[in-house]
Design a protein around this ligand. Structure first.
Ligand SMILES: Cc1ncc(COP(=O)(O)O)c(C=O)c1O
Length: 366
């Protein structure tokens, strides 16, 4: 069986280091917001090339805390509009609604699967205050154009970098440091994944970061002193311990993912399969390798018979979910085309060369 992603194998590589660090974690007797969280915050900020990082409970909470902090600081007001790609993972849109802002779903570009610049421009109104740029499947959104539009229109840019840890643009800027502030998820399957839920906010904005630090910890900076009403959204100390260990291998792992992607792009020649766009740079970290196929279920069943696991990121677009029926969006044709035809092929840093070859061979015989 060629697994879509063998998480046990991914993490087994770190077993000795995890066990060693777990012992010292246990011995500290300090299990919340300890040295491991602050060292991960320093390490990850440095990794992204940004000044600050705040460790939080998960990626959805990272986005919610960013919006809440801007509301508390008076930078955003309730009902302000946030432009977001319509084909993102549902959490990007939930975060906007959860804090009383208005999501404006915008079609992606069929070539890159990332938000379309032309569509952004069409959807800007007087109420627009934010562009939430999602680096979907691990490829950076067109941040140069997005930042240019934002500057002209005086908008905030937030990166949803949940799928793009370590992606680098042409100028050397890294995901997380290409906008006003970025949200990361360290959900176990992510390129940098914890062994449970975890997330982070990365920014160069000290005021914003200080507010988020308070908000994740009941609203207080010092124990038992609270300046504002917050929540408990702290990054867990044990998850920070694991993340500190795994961060060291992130660039290597991303390179392995890119190499598998290159093999797929070169090897898969079956015309029934539309391969993803890739400019061969480091702006993609291939969280997912997504192909388009006309008769998706038949293709998935065929691969399954060949013992090859696949996944769909994601089968139902957010505007077709019952949860977002109130948005009353009837048609987003590009988003719907993508959601109806996409299939994600196996890709991970522990995937064997022969398994990659087997996937290519099987797809070419389809
Ligand atoms: C694009 C995107 N945004 C947000 C999230 C939410 O992250 P989490 O699952 O850690 O809440 C995810 C991941 O699951 C994601 O892929």
């Amino acid at each position: 069986m060629i697994k879509f992603l063998d998480l046990q194998k991914v993490n087994a590589r770190f077993q000795n280091k995890f066990q060693e660090k777990f012992k010292s974690f246990l011995d500290t007797g300090h299990y919340i917001l300890g040295d491991q969280v602050s060292s991960f915050e320093n390490n990850f900020a440095k990794y992204c090339g940004a000044k600050y990082c705040v460790g939080v409970s998960n990626g959805l909470d990272a986005l919610i805390l960013i919006f809440k902090a801007y509301l508390k600081l008076g930078v955003l007001q309730h009902n302000d509009e946030v432009i977001v790609p319509a084909n993102t993972f549902i959490a990007s849109i939930i975060a906007i609604e959860e804090v009383g802002l208005k999501p404006v779903l915008v079609e992606p570009d069929l070539k890159t699967y990332n938000i379309s610049i032309i569509e952004i421009e069409k959807h800007i109104t007087k109420k627009t205050k934010v562009i939430l740029a999602v680096h979907l499947y691990g490829m950076l959104a067109d941040m140069e154009c997005i930042n240019t539009i934002a500057k002209q229109k005086n908008l905030l840019v937030i990166e949803d970098a949940a799928q793009a840890h370590g992606a680098i643009n042409i100028d050397g800027g890294k995901a997380g440091n290409l906008s006003d502030v970025a949200a990361f998820s360290f959900y176990p399957s992510k390129n940098l994944g914890a062994l449970g839920d975890a997330g982070a906010v990365v920014s160069n904005d000290a005021l914003l970061i200080n507010m988020i630090k308070k908000l994740r910890n009941y609203g207080g900076t010092f124990k038992y002193t609270y300046n504002t009403i917050g929540t408990n959204n702290r990054l867990d100390e044990i998850q920070a311990t694991f993340l500190n260990i795994k961060l060291e291998l992130l660039d290597d792992d991303n390179e392995k993912r890119r190499n598998i992607a290159k093999s797929y792009l070169l090897g898969i020649t079956n015309k029934k399969i539309k391969l993803p766009y890739y400019n061969l740079s480091e702006n993609h970290v291939f969280y997912a390798f997504v192909v388009l196929v006309e008769n998706r279920q038949e293709f998935i069943d065929y691969l399954s018979e060949k013992h090859i696991e696949t996944l769909i990121h994601y089968p139902i677009p957010p505007h077709k979910q019952e949860a977002f029926a109130h948005l009353k969006i009837t048609s987003l044709p590009i988003t719907e085309t993508i959601h109806n035809k996409i299939v994600s092929l196996p890709i991970s840093p522990v995937m064997l060369k022969e398994d990659v070859e087997e996937v290519i061979r099987s797809i070419n015989q389809y």
